[in-house]
Design a protein around this ligand. Sequence first.
Ligand SMILES: [Zn+2]
Length: 301
Amino acid sequence: MLLLPIEAGHAGWLSDVFKSKPKPRHAAAPKHGVASRRATPRVEKPAVAKPAVAKPAAPGAAASKPVVTRCDPQKFRVLVDVGHTAESEGAISARNVAEFVYNLRLAQRIVEQLKTDGFTATRLLVTEGKARRSLVRRVDVANNLPANLFLSIHHDSVPDKLIENWEFEGKKRHFSDRFSGYSVFVSRANPEFPTSLAFAELLAREMKAQGLEYARQFTLPIMGKNQHPLLNKETGVYSYDKLIVLKSTRMPAVLLEAGSIINRDEELKMGSAERRNIISSGVAMAVREFCDSRWTILGPL
Ligand SMILES: [Zn+2]
């Protein structure tokens, strides 16, 4: 376990704002049995947090009642989870590249952007080992940190029955150009579901504002067990209630399917630095908005 200690500074104003009460470490025992040794997650060394600085009251506000208008990004712990593992790679792209590779590259870029934007407590979570155990380990890391926001990064494929064959660089490969686009998932079983949804909607709006289209296929019967209820048809937020990393995390948790890598055109776009920059900017803006003004958008939860 390479999880490094985090700052002990009191961030009560933040937990008040987010109605999220970080539990002490000993209270965050795993509920899902003993984790595999092979599934040891790697978490980036955290930046040294600066002491919490009391925010000055806004001009004209009563001096006895400090008004918090902005979060302190240095104290806001975003855990950016790289979907899948090197051993369980997730989907395979139209050009035979593992989803894990795409997830890792995009997640690294997102972390870089968040840190550049002042969210210096952001961590990248790379998990090892087999799929299911790695999911439990991700939840344990997030709950023990505890993260203020959990964001899992994935890239999409299609059900096997939609796969077609083609040849790329002289080899037989699989593809489906039928669907494309990003999608954002939350679990209604997450204890912070309303706040998860608030971030999901901010994120989806930012993706849309960047000119990206959301994937519309998840409500279609052809998706079979991958069918999911669409919670926001304007921006593309779906629920995925049973997903372990979304339901068992005790903080707002969102999964971003950044785009389809089984789609031949979209795979090329997802592989470009330009697309990674666009998505990272959108994520960073959504995190900033979430951190600064969630309560002014939704009101008290
Ligand atoms: Zn995935």
